[in-house]
Design a protein around this ligand. Sequence first.
Ligand SMILES: O=CN(O)C[C@@H](CC1CCCC1)C(=O)N1NCCC[C@H]1C(=O)Nc1ccccn1
Ligand code: NI
Length: 189
Amino acid sequence: MILMKDIVRDDQEGTVLRDYAAKVSFPLTEEEQQLAKDLMEYLEISQDEELAEKYGLRAGVGLAAPQVNVSKQMAAVLVPSDDEEDDTPIFKDVIINPVIISESVQMGALTEGEGCLSVDRDIAGYVPRHDRITLKYQDVQGETHKVRLKHYPAIVCQHEIDHLHGVLFYDHINKDNPFEAPEGTVFFG
Ligand SMILES: O=CN(O)C[C@@H](CC1CCCC1)C(=O)N1NCCC[C@H]1C(=O)Nc1ccccn1
Ligand code: NI
């Protein structure tokens, strides 16, 4: 299983965190299938308070292969339900070779800014992303999916796809005014 010690940090030398990850071919190798399982298992365990405590995990809603130093286009996303009546996750899948095929002009950003399991410091500022996206990706079986996402799940998937391109959240923060955001940006969270 993936532990915090397996997650590479942006201040470490010689990691693949800033590389453009390689596309994944199908069928997945045994190793790639195990990686997909491990990435999603990290998110599941980290979102269970007791297990997160037991294994010392920071709770996460996404985890990309480059964060465990594997430069492949694969990321697990687990956006939990925001409805206490129904605990079905808003979005849960391992997205492989993801491509954003369309995106809203309108931007969205988390009111609190963003963090990253690969960044051990708080960096203040808005991270403007597209509020709505249409995402095309392959799942572990190689099936192609086309999903439309908006608000928080769209933010999470853009954060993960950035990792596959060697981009970190703070690359998007306006240097002159961190709390600057484009006209019409939707804030939430
Ligand atoms: O690339 C992937 N990462 O770096 C893990 C990140 C991904 C999110 C950051 C902003 C959008 C995607 C992550 O999840 N976090 N960032 C650092 C600490 C907090 C944690 C988080 O937001 N946790 C959370 C939120 C809601 C419910 C449960 N847990
Ligand atoms: Ni991250």
